[in-house]
Design a protein around this ligand. Structure first.
Ligand code: HEM
Length: 401
């Protein structure tokens, strides 16, 4: 019998639902062969535990360095990233660890907690503006809430002045990138903006992330270009996933009104709600791609140096071995956060997980506290989602407040 090698990324068959290939391949064995856009072959790992075991080999048997000739790109534009100055997301230890350590303090729990008042102010301002649009309903939740909240928070963190917010937010890369493809964007306006901001901070430091990077540059830990590359990474890395998670989260909650009512009555459920939304959609599903540098085994299957390896984290987040009845959206699920693969696993696990979780918790809680009658103006089946082989996101979510 002739078996067709599936193409990766797997295309969603219906609306926002992950491809059925995930579940099919999970049942077939430790790894499955897939074909990439350029005709090359890669191994895809679909089971939760094996994904964790595999990503734990990062920097030892696996490389995240996109300059490696066999790094698994998933579309033509990926090769651009090889030309950009690499940041730690695309580096292996020890360079990865060294750069990551520079940013970690800004994302540590104590720092994240200190951002709470700033995040509260931004969310409240955005909600106030929404309130003023009550006369123009339905309004687009993505444009009015899901996009401005994370974008303005990241601007604040980096130290981008509020006067530049409107102009800068027109740049789509801020809305569309992920940590791993940030380097693919060649938006010169944005890059020049970041470069000029760094120049200003070199002359006079402020209390912001770009100034922290300047400190490290002055100490000799970073080169001048690293300030720009890292600032650009932070600006673009997580926004799309946050926007998508807010939009998709509101859709999921609206489709499960009893759970939504419970959440409105008891906002302390916010961490569970966020865990379940993250698990259910895995907005950043195409990041965890590597190339093998040494021979090793995944569940008994031998991986050879130079093999392309893709960890299908979206599949891992719906693995029945960890999540019974995985297709069910259930905010009461017991989560082991280390098993939640939406933020990756191992040395490259999202450096901004803490701030992302907190802002999602605050965003969902505040949105439904302010607008308890919020409801979708269209059935989810009528909404426009990203093309089926891309990370899940939704273009517009019209709502009544
Ligand atoms: C819901 C929001 C987010 C999701 C789902 C997400 C997801 C991920 C995933 C899956 C990885 C691992 C990539 C890999 O192993 O190849 C990652 C890494 C990373 N993320 Fe996030 N992310 C989010 C928000 C953010 C934000 C807001 C920022 C920036 C402020 C950010 C910055 C990064 C960076 C710099 C890395 C690289 C870490 C490393 O290589 O050590 N992420 N993220």
């Amino acid at each position: 019998m002739h078996l067709v090698t599936p193409k990766f990324p797997f295309a969603r068959e219906h609306g926002a639902e992950p491809s059925i290939l995930n579940a099919k391949l999970r049942g077939q064995g430790p790894v499955s062969e897939v074909e990439l856009f350029d005709g090359s072959k890669a191994w895809v790992v679909t089971q939760n535990q094996l994904i964790c075991d595999t990503l734990a080999r990062d920097g030892k048997d696996l490389s995240a360095d996109r300059r490696q000739p066999n790094y698994p790109e998933i579309h033509e534009g990926g090769s651009k990233a090889k030309e950009a100055r690499p940041t730690f997301v695309n580096l292996d230890d020890p360079e990865h660890a060294k750069q990551r350590a520079i940013l970690e303090p800004a994302f540590a729990p104590i720092a994240v907690e200190s951002y709470r008042p700033m995040m509260r102010r931004i969310i409240n301002d955005v909600l106030d503006k929404m309130e003023q649009k009550k006369g123009q309903q339905p309004i687009d939740l993505i444009k009015e809430f899901a996009a401005p909240v994370p974008t303005q928070i990241i601007y604040q963190l980096l130290g981008i002045p509020e006067s530049d917010v409107d102009e800068l937010s027109k740049d789509s890369e801020i809305r569309a990138s992920t940590s791993r493809n940030a380097a693919e964007t060649s938006n010169l306006t944005l890059q020049k903006y970041i470069h000029d901001l760094a120049e200003l901070r070199i002359k006079k430091k402020e209390n912001d992330l770009v100034s922290d990077l300047v400190d490290h540059y002055e100490k000799g830990d970073l080169e001048r270009e690293d300030i720009d590359a890292l600032s650009f990474l932070i600006l673009t890395a997580g926004n799309a996933a946050l926007i998508s998670t807010i939009g998709m989260g509101v859709i999921a909650l609206s489709q499960h009104p009893e759970q939504l009512e419970e959440f409105k009555r008891d906002p302390s459920l916010a961490p569970d709600v966020v865990n379940e939304i993250m698990r259910y959609y895995t907005a950043s599903a195409l990041n965890c791609r590597r190339v093998a540098t040494h021979e090793f085994k995944i569940g008994g299957h031998v991986i050879k140096p130079g093999d392309k390896v893709i960890c299908a984290v979206q599949s891992g987040d719906r693995d029945e071995a960890v999540y019974p009845n995985p297709e069910k959206f259930d905010i009461h699920r017991k989560h082991d956060p280390t098993k939640l693969l939406a933020f990756g696993f191992g040395p490259h696990r999202c450096v901004a997980e803490g701030i992302s979780r907190l802002q999602l918790e605050m965003a969902f809680t505040s949105l439904f506290q302010r607008f308890p009658n919020l409801r979708l103006a269209k059935d989810p089946s009528e909404l426009t989602y990203t093309p089926p082989a891309q990370n899940i996101s939704v273009a517009e979510v019209p709502v009544y407040l």
